[in-house]
Design a protein around this ligand. Structure first.
Ligand code: UDP
Length: 237
């Protein structure tokens, strides 16, 4: 399947049309941004790793009955996906306090939540992705009630599947961000990516950070952390 015109260039990926009107190609870049684009850089090899890790996890989720946009990996950086309209929501799932939650509630990073926390943010760079609740989402029609119920159900199930899977390779799933889309047929599917850019992964024993926080916080060892995730999930360097 060939790439036709580029539809959209985001911070970490480009999206292209194909000759099939129901399919797009996603092309992962090495560009890294944080703090809503304020911090910019390059993580060499990130595009390849995020493409492969995302596809690996999307296939795992499909196998557990979660519908996703994934169709097939085309190359190291490119994947064929179903064309969807992305809902303007970031769904954040949290098992352990970190990042903005630790700050907002005055919790020490690493504090386990007594119950999984779901948060929603309205995807809007100009407003810095403000947090919204169920009422805002329905009032603003970012999603309808049926979609929102499914989003909550899928997100909690995804958390269970990924947490268990990652635990088996020595990784603690601290928190992560999901995005959902709707196909032309009206099916709600998991879209976007699941990668060290969008998840917090800590080594279970040492609590070493193996994700984008190393870039956000100038901790060094960013490329090695991404490679370590690829290695633990797929057994490849
Ligand atoms: N996240 C993301 N994109 C965003 C915001 C957050 O992928 O635009 C992910 C982030 O990597 C982390 C989780 O969502 O795994 C929770 O992020 P948080 O709200 O703590 O924000 P951050 O500290 O990353 O600004």
């Amino acid at each position: 399947m060939d790439k036709l015109e580029m539809l959209y260039e985001g911070k970490a990926k480009k999206v292209y049309k194909t000759s099939d009107p129901d399919k797009y190609i996603v092309d992962y870049k090495d560009d890294a941004t944080a703090f809503n684009g304020l911090k910019k850089g390059t993580i060499t090899g990130k595009g390849v790793i995020n493409n492969r890790v995302t596809n690996h996890l999307m296939k795992l989720l499909e196998g557990h009955g979660i519908p996703t946009h994934f169709i097939s990996q085309l190359s190291q950086r490119e994947t064929l996906v179903k064309k969807v309209g992305i809902l303007p929501l970031e769904v954040i799932v949290r098992n352990v306090a970190a990042g903005s939650l630790a700050k907002r509630l005055g919790l020490e990073e690493g504090t386990r939540m007594k119950k999984t926390v779901l948060e929603f943010c309205y995807k809007c760079d100009a407003l810095d992705d403000p947090m919204v609740n169920r009422y805002h989402i329905l009032a603003m029609e970012y999603a309808d009630e049926e979609q929102l119920d499914k989003i909550c159900e899928y997100s909690l199930k995804i958390n269970d599947i990924l947490s268990q899977y990652l635990k088996d390779v020595g990784i603690e799933l601290i928190d992560f961000k999901l995005e959902y889309g709707v196909t032309d047929d009206g099916e709600l599917v998991l879209a976007d990516e699941i990668s060290p850019d969008t998840c917090r992964f800590w080594d279970i024993k040492t609590h070493e950070k193996l994700d984008k926080d190393r870039f956000r916080r100038d901790m060094g060892g960013v490329e090695d952390a991404y490679k370590e995730i690829l290695f633990r999930l797929m057994g490849e360097a």
